[in-house]
Ligand binder design. Structure first.
Ligand SMILES: C[S@@+](CC[C@H](N)C(=O)[O-])C[C@H]1O[C@@H](n2cnc3c(N)ncnc32)[C@H](O)[C@@H]1O
Length: 317
């Protein structure tokens, strides 16, 4: 795996080691950033994707996630509790929706570059790889260190150690084949101004590119800041930034380089949860208080013709 360290001000020191199944050693790093607890959320999402993938009627087969959870010497159940089926399906449906956006991008840009911000232990590359995509993972030092050990990267994958609030991660990225920036489960952990600065910087660095990210509602954000428990009872770290549907237009209006901002419909799933995640916008009680997935296009509106909507992947302006 190629690794580039942007020296982005994230200092950390080794605290100990955990021996992994098969003899691998997972170093436990103690981070001194102002983001305590955020890093372990990648284990929480991994745990739930693996739980969902273990079902015979899963919405998202994910053998790499199942392998990781069985091999990592981490007390998942003690730490996060028993995985709840509805949370596991919701997390998997979010990942599936992102997968569909990436696959759609790769149909029009088969040699494109996907930049996965805050990728943690996401195994999306192995679910969507077309054999040609260039894949860039950007995350904090402890995550990249762990990922490097348990998810060995191939020649088309690059890991960048950088805080996304420091835009040096953009240096040297080739965008000739087209760029898709993804931020799954990340932006809610940033402050509003950092989100705006990040999107603005992406739009300026990658004109013609697309960015997809998910958000929690403002109400959910406020609850997390009060220390409330998240879905399934696990206390997720505070999420300073939340966004409700009307804010999409404000976001677009406040960043001139964003040409379009549209909601991406969630992939449909199983049963009530599967129905609600994809139809929440039509339920009056949830319409303005729900997780959203948003796709932005930067500049060059004529590029829109390149993105035909595949069946089943709808979007709302
Ligand atoms: C909830 S996890 C999501 C992981 C993965 N994207 C997924 O969906 O499973 C949040 C990830 O964002 C990363 N992260 C949080 N703040 C960050 C920052 N300022 N810069 C870079 N990565 C960050 C964390 O280290 C973690 O890997």
């Amino acid at each position: 795996m190629t690794e580039w360290d942007a020296d982005a001000g994230v200092s950390y020191k080794r605290r100990g080691s955990l021996r992994l199944f098969g003899g691998l050693v997972w170093k436990v790093w103690e981070m001194s950033t102002d983001l305590p607890g955020v890093s372990e959320t990648s284990l929480w999402t991994l745990y739930h994707r693996a739980a969902e993938a273990g079902r015979t009627n899963t919405v998202l087969p994910d053998p790499q996630a199942v392998r990781l959870v069985s091999e990592l010497c981490f007390p998942f159940r003690e730490h996060f509790g028993k995985p709840r089926a509805w949370v596991a399906q919701a997390i998997a449906l979010r990942a599936l929706t992102f997968d569909r956006v990436v696959k759609q991008f790769l149909t029009t840009h088969p040699d494109g570059t996907v930049i996965a911000l805050g990728e943690g232990l996401e195994t999306q590359f192995w679910r969507v790889d077309n054999g040609r995509v260039q894949w860039i993972t950007v995350d904090l030092a402890d995550q990249i260190e762990l990922r490097r050990q348990v998810l060995p990267h191939g020649p088309r994958q690059v890991a960048v150690t950088c805080d996304v609030r420091d835009h040096r991660w953009m240096n040297g990225i080739h965008s000739a084949g087209g760029v898709l920036v993804t931020a799954q489960g990340l932006l809610m952990y940033l402050e509003h101004d950092h989100v705006t600065e990040l999107i603005t910087a992406c739009a300026e660095a990658f004109p013609g590119a697309t960015m997809v990210f998910d958000t929690v509602s403002r109400r959910f954000s406020a609850r997390s800041r009060r220390g409330g428990k998240g879905p399934g009872g696990y206390r997720l770290p505070p999420m300073p930034w939340g966004m409700d549907p009307p804010a999409r237009r404000e976001l677009q209006a406040s960043i001139p380089a964003v040409s379009t901002a549209e909601e991406v419909a969630w992939a449909p799933g199983r049963g009530l949860v599967g129905y609600l995640t994809s139809h929440a916008g039509q339920v009056p009680q949830l319409r303005n208080n729900r997780p959203l997935i948003t796709r932005l296009r930067f500049g060059r509106t004529e590029d829109e013709a390149e993105y035909p909507k595949p069946s089943g992947l709808s979007s709302r302006p």
